[in-house]
Design a binder for this molecule. Sequence first.
Ligand SMILES: Cc1cc2nc3c(=O)[nH]c(=O)nc-3n(C[C@H](O)[C@H](O)[C@H](O)COP(=O)(O)OP(=O)(O)OC[C@H]3O[C@@H](n4cnc5c(N)ncnc54)[C@H](O)[C@@H]3O)c2cc1C
Length: 523
Amino acid sequence: MVYNNIQLTVLPKQACVENLLKEIIGEKIGVNPQKINTIQVIRKSIDARSKVQVKINLAVNVYTDKTTPEAVSYPFKYNNVADKPAVIVVGEGPAGLFAALRLIELGIKPIIIERGKEVSERKKDIALLNQNKGLNTESNYCFGEGGAGTFSDGKLYTRLKKKKDCSRILLNFHQHGAQDSILFEAHPHIGTDKLPVIIKNMRETILKYGGEVHFESKMTDLLINDGAIEGVQLANGEKMFAKAVILATGHSARDVYEMLQNKGITMEAKGFAMGVRVEHPQALIDKIQYHCGERGEYLPAASYSLVSQVEGRGVYSFCMCPGGFIVPASTNEKETVVNGMSPANRNSEFANSGVVVEICPEDLEAYKDFGVMAGLHFQQEFEHLSFVNGGGNAIAPAQRLTDFVKGRLSCDLPDTSYLPGLISSPLHFWMPDFISKRLREGFKEFDKKMKGFVTNDAIIVGVESRTSSPIRISRDEETLQSVALKGLYPCGEGAGYAGGITSSAMDGESCAEKIAEWLGTGI
Ligand SMILES: Cc1cc2nc3c(=O)[nH]c(=O)nc-3n(C[C@H](O)[C@H](O)[C@H](O)COP(=O)(O)OP(=O)(O)OC[C@H]3O[C@@H](n4cnc5c(N)ncnc54)[C@H](O)[C@@H]3O)c2cc1C
């Protein structure tokens, strides 16, 4: 017999120890626990609102006697597209990868052009960067196979309420090797230790069904004929031709925006956000969020999400990585940028998060001569300032959080997860006032919501500047083509239509579908 969608609220230990859970379920549905052979979790979330006891909310399907759950069924049907019409996909981040997979489903051959290296080679450059042995500007935390999402926390939720839900994206990750939990957790995440294999598996699917993937192939120009795209040119001079090009180059490819501007492709300035990364001991965040001494073995590293308004601008936590690491995420020499990642089990001793201030185009009056590129120039300057105030190469500037809020230099710094190293620096002094003042007020507000958040044991590290694109490449809402160039599909985070892995992947799929409609292959 199968009992579907049984709702339970249990203790953390009861959620983890199968026999205990069977007893509770048995009582709830009036069945001998020994007759239950499989409990299939379909939804799981943590409720830490009570100051007394953290609870786990579960929805489960229960299988008794000889019944068992059916295997996960995937909606993807791939046929070989080697001899089908080709579309060029520039960039193998989430947007490019999911666009390519969707193109294959729709009977179109994707040719992926990626400036960085394949994921296992990319790992070596990242290892050197973490040892502070230099940045490879083409192979780093942002550039290379899998894009900016490969070495990340792999959080797979999005704040965007889009037309279609994101279950296809989750199922696709699962089919390519992600853990079962992404299909039922309220806040699914994969982890940086698992993502590289999943990305490689996706590439292998693309190759198996006749697509192409070209690494260390930087697109430097668009080939245009009579107002329509006809292909791309690579850094080595090679030209590749196709009637449609998906431009999924992410928001770190500043050279791409410059090239587009020179070509007269219409772009708009958009709001973005910049600030710092804050790091606490994970045990402290657990204590605040779970209202306990130690979280014990049955609860995951606690997370938080904070937001406040300071002088008309949002100040908020971003891309929180429980049990994670701060990482050097610059793509350029003489610029220091940080971001965060976590392994699947989120077991580092540290919790980090971006804390950023919303920046609107009108805040950048001093940069107005740069027109649509104003945000990009400001971002570049902010990152250079962070470098100048750092300790050379990837050694990042840092300050104890209490000192930052009080406006004084830190005499020393606590331990950190950031491998290249930190140097004490007065971030309150050198960051632009309109960011640093709001951050200081924002942190005070956060401390009211999470008592103990502002502490001498926490640090801030400079700078978190690549939260989203400061530019949008204008596209027609209906066709998703560039308003300036027929056949060009600006896509994903770099085009300004997504923020994060899931929404970029969804945008990739949408662009592929619009291309299929346009080329007449249908869906
Ligand atoms: C360290 C880190 C952690 C993150 N953690 C999370 C997280 O947990 N959850 C989440 O949702 N988001 C996270 N993000 C953000 C997320 O990774 C991005 O939102 C997402 O990857 C954007 O997808 P995209 O495909 O649009 O662009 P990108 O992932 O940036 O991919 C663009 C690709 O294009 C390539 N490219 C650029 N220019 C060219 C060119 N001229 N020619 C050829 N190829 C080119 C790049 O090498 C890159 O591979 C994280 C980002 C970083 C850096």
